[in-house]
Design a protein. Structure first.
Length: 210
C-alpha cells in the first residue's frame, strides 16, 4: 500500500512556474519540496501471504479437480505443471484462448462438447483451458514458456511431455468470407482437431482407456 506525502501544505496551491509577462523578466522559480513515498510493508506482506495461501490451496485441489471430468482453467505455469504431474498416463489437451478472440468463443464451446463426449466414452483425457494474457494484458507465463503468440492454440501432452501443437484458422484470414464460408471452415477445423485428438489418444496413450 502506497501513501503519498505532498510537500505543499493544505490550502495552498503547489509551486508551479508562472508564464512570463510581456516586457518583464521571468521570475525565479521557487523550488518545490520533494514528495516522499511510504510503503506499508505489513499490508504488502499480508497480500503476499494471502496469494501464497490461495496458490497452495489451488495446487492441493488438483487431484479432486481431475476427478470431476470437467474442463479445468489453468491459472499459472506452476498450476499446469502440477496438473501434468497428477495426470500421468493420460492425454492432456490444453486450449489457449484470448478474451478478445471471437473464434475462441466457438472453440471453447466445441471443447466443452468434446469433453462431454470423451467422458461418456470413458476416455481418460484431461481438457484444460488457459487465457493467453494475464490480468495486466501481458502474455502469461504459460504463453512465454511455450512461445505462444496467437490464439486459439492447442497443446497436447502425454506423461508431462509436449508431443504436438495445433492451431485453427485465423479469424483475420476469414474476415473477407461470408458467414456460411466461415462456418464451413470452422467445422472443417473442428473435425481435424477431433481427428488429431483421437489419433494421439491411440498412438501415445494406449493405456488411457479404462
Amino acid at each position: 500500500m502506497f501513501r503519498l506525502a505532498v510537500g505543499a501544505p493544505w490550502g495552498r496551491r503547489p509551486c508551479l512556474p508562472h508564464p512570463p509577462r510581456s516586457g518583464t523578466r521571468s521570475p525565479a522559480r521557487r523550488p518545490c519540496k520533494p514528495c516522499a513515498f511510504q510503503i506499508d510493508r505489513r499490508h504488502h506482506l499480508e497480500l503476499q501471504w494471502q496469494r501464497q495461501a490461495e496458490q497452495d490451496a489451488l495446487l492441493a485441489g488438483v487431484p479432486a479437480a481431475l476427478q470431476s471430468g470437467r474442463v479445468l482453467e489453468v491459472q499459472s505455469l506452476q498450476h499446469l505443471e502440477r496438473i501434468l504431474e497428477a495426470a500421468s498416463g493420460q492425454l492432456v489437451v490444453l486450449t489457449v484462448y484470448s478474451r478478445s478472440c471471437g473464434i475462441c468463443k466457438a472453440v471453447l464451446r466445441e471443447l466443452e462438447a468434446v469433453c462431454a463426449e470423451s467422458r461418456q466414452q470413458r476416455a481418460r483425457i484431461v481438457f484444460l483451458r488457459h487465457d493467453l494474457h494475464d490480468a495486466f494484458d501481458w502474455p502469461s507465463d504459460v504463453a512465454r514458456m511455450y512461445t505462444i503468440k496467437s490464439a486459439p492454440r492447442f497443446l497436447f501432452f502425454v506423461d508431462g511431455a509436449l508431443v504436438r501443437t495445433a492451431s485453427i484458422a485465423d479469424s483475420r484470414r476469414m474476415a473477407h468470407g461470408s458467414r456460411t464460408e466461415v462456418q464451413r471452415v470452422l467445422e472443417l477445423e473442428h473435425r481435424r482437431l477431433r481427428g488429431t485428438l483421437w489419433e494421439l489418444l491411440v498412438k501415445n496413450a494406449p493405456s488411457a482407456r479404462r
